[in-house]
Write a protein of this length. Structure first.
Length: 258
């Protein structure tokens, strides 16, 4: 049966931290946050900025404020000129009560470690930036990363084993994992069976062309079923929170902080 989901009354305040709270009791939970146009474009001119908006950025900030660590591919970090996550004062009490650092660490996935160690992402984070790489990554770049203050975590040989990388983060108490892409990294996470949730912002525009979708890379032959958890709207955007179906039945209800 169809259900009509009208926007809430204008005077109704939605607590985004409650809507997007991590499930209680989950030692590890991998959430992705992506934005796309109605026709599926995940980038405009190689960046997400052109299809984002103020409402989308607000949710972006809340998701970072709830996470232990933000997972991002090296290509996306370079293209989007990633900076450290901000310390958001309104979340400090909740983060302290949950045993979290003042803000989420940024974890860059890079086999080659071809990164600019002079960037603020490495020189001035509130929480040291993490680099997830392979055991046989170039030693001179490992040394350069350590010299810049980054924590280097090896996961896999020859390439970064994302399933192992997720476990390495969880072992360090960084179980609330927020993946911000790009599409290839998200595709690899989904293929590895490590994606628990997708937060998708649908921008009210069309792009056409050959822009990449939110997921790229391996073909998910049997598809990955999703369960709609919540749906919000503001300024023409749709904000959907989907849970990956089939293996996370206990998380199908409203999220609660653990």
């Amino acid at each position: 049966m169809y259900q009509l989901l009208p926007p809430p009354p204008r005077n109704r305040q939605v607590d985004l931290a409650e809507v997007y709270a991590y499930p209680a009791g989950a030692p590890r939970w991998v959430r992705a946050n992506m934005v796309a146009t109605v026709d599926g474009a995940a980038t405009a001119g190689g960046k997400s900025e052109g299809i984002s908006g103020e409402a989308d950025k607000r949710i972006f900030g809340v998701l970072r404020a709830l996470a232990d660590v933000v997972l991002v591919g090296a290509g996306t970090a370079r293209a989007e000129q990633y900076r450290p996550a901000r310390v958001r004062e309104q979340y400090q009490a909740a983060r302290a009560a949950a045993g979290q650092a003042p803000t989420a660490a940024i974890a860059v996935v890079s086999r080659a470690m071809d990164l600019d160690w002079s960037q603020p992402l490495f020189t001035s984070p509130a929480v040291p930036t993490i680099v997830l790489t392979a055991t046989d990554a170039p030693q001179d770049r490992i040394d350069a990363a350590a010299g810049a203050g980054a924590e280097v975590i090896a996961a896999g040989t020859g390439s970064v084993d994302l399933a192992l990388a997720v476990e390495r983060l969880a072992e360090r108490g960084l179980g609330r994992i927020l993946c911000e892409g790009g599409p290839h990294l998200l595709g690899q996470l989904a293929a590895a069976g490590k994606l628990d949730e997708l937060c998708l912002s649908v921008a009210p525009q069309l792009r056409g062309g050959d822009s990449m979708r939110v997921l790229a890379g391996p073909d998910l032959t049997d598809g990955l079923p999703l369960i709609l958890h919540s749906l919000l709207t503001e300024d023409g955007f749709l904000f959907a929170r989907y849970l990956v179906g089939g293996t996370h039945g206990s998380a199908a209800g409203p999220g609660k902080e653990g």
